[in-house]
Design a protein around this ligand. Structure first.
Ligand SMILES: Nc1ncnc2c1ncn2[C@@H]1O[C@H](COP(=O)(O)OP(=O)(O)O)[C@@H](O)[C@H]1O
Ligand SMILES: [Mg+2]
Length: 309
């Protein structure tokens, strides 16, 4: 791709015995929002820190906007705006002072950063809170300030490490509403990690990370394709009985509970037979089946399939 802004080749990074990133190849082009999904400890943060030049890979290299993180670390870093998983705000400084500090670190002069800060604080909705200490902001506001800081030097590449984890659902929506227009105005490449599937679905491409490896990547719809017709949604009770009977069925691969619903994943071609058997077995064991229907696979289903070694 001509406009590949993140180009990681065979990246490895270990911490002692822990192999955090083991052979990752990843390309993200301008105009893409790449969603990195994976459980805790999968290596998401390590990968981001390698890409932004905060960690040196044991082997492999990544080109950020064309600059090697090994050979041209400073130039590579200049291309990137990074919102770390752990807030790097100065809590005792005000919103405005934080902007000023980050702008100066990035080498911006007041004549440059002042108008830019006004524009950005307006963009993230924090203009009225310029004089508030960062420590006094809500979790969602801190993340929005973090986003403004990451954008201060107009980077072409934006790395967002779980930007909305621990933030309430409404604010999560707000946050994503800020990201999408960014791509319309300028050809950014965005790499965002998230544990939330609904957020992954907003991405143009998704990669699943497990144990330091990118085990699958693709368009959201394509990732769901192999599970088409193989996810049954069951509502009934008691839960323990349903789980036990479904797990014992030879056509069933997995049973997962989402609140009052069970998602039963069946082997290819087994859906009808499994439906018949489950209804019969559960009822004759004294349980209830209120509904049992095939559903479109959700990304959760894909993720569960991949996350089970
Ligand atoms: N600085 C570090 N020192 C030692 N181990 C680390 C360090 N950073 C990460 N790890 C380990 O590397 C693995 C990947 O961690 P991380 O990249 O934080 O995953 P994620 O962000 O997906 O939760 C984990 O096993 C973690 O404990
Ligand atoms: Mg992390």
């Amino acid at each position: 791709m001509a406009d590949t802004l993140i180009d990681a080749r065979s990246l490895y990074k270990s911490f002692g015995q822990t192999q955090a990133v083991t052979g990752i190849d990843l390309q993200v082009a301008a105009g893409e929002i790449y969603g990195l999904v994976g459980p805790d400890g999968a290596g998401k943060t390590t990968l981001m820190r390698l890409l932004c030049g905060a960690l040196t890979p044991d082997s492999g290299d990544a080109w950020i906007g064309g600059y090697s993180i090994r050979q041209q670390n400073d130039r590579a870093r200049e291309q990137i705006g990074y919102l770390a998983q752990r807030s790097s705000l100065y809590e005792e400084l005000t919103v405005e002072e934080n902007v000023r500090f980050f702008a100066e670190v990035r080498g911006l002069r007041p004549a440059q950063w002042f108008p830019r800060s006004q524009e950005l604080l307006q963009f993230v909705g924090l203009e009225p809170f310029r004089q508030r200490r960062a420590g006094q902001l809500s979790g969602g506001m801190k993340q929005k300030l973090g986003l403004a800081l990451a954008l201060i030097h107009k980077p072409r590449i934006l790395l967002l490490d779980e930007p909305t984890t621990g933030v309430d659902p409404v604010t999560r929506q707000d946050f994503w509403r800020l990201i999408l227009p960014l791509l319309r105005h300028s050809p950014l490449a965005v790499l965002a990690s998230t544990p939330y599937m609904d957020e992954a679905l907003r991405c143009t491409r998704i990669g699943f990370l497990r144990a330091g490896q990118l085990i699958r990547e693709g368009l959201p719809a394509a990732l769901r394709q192999p599970l088409h017709g193989r996810i049954l949604d069951l509502v009934g009770n008691p839960a323990a009985l349903i789980t036990a009977i479904a797990r014992a069925d030879p056509g069933v691969e997995t049973v997962d509970r989402f609140g009052s619903h069970f998602h039963v994943r069946v082997a290819p071609g087994e859906a009808d037979a499994v439906c018949r058997r489950l209804v019969e077995s559960i009822r004759s064991a004294g349980g209830r089946v209120d509904s049992l229907v095939p559903v479109e696979p959700q990304l959760e289903d894909v993720f569960l399939e991949l996350a089970t070694p």
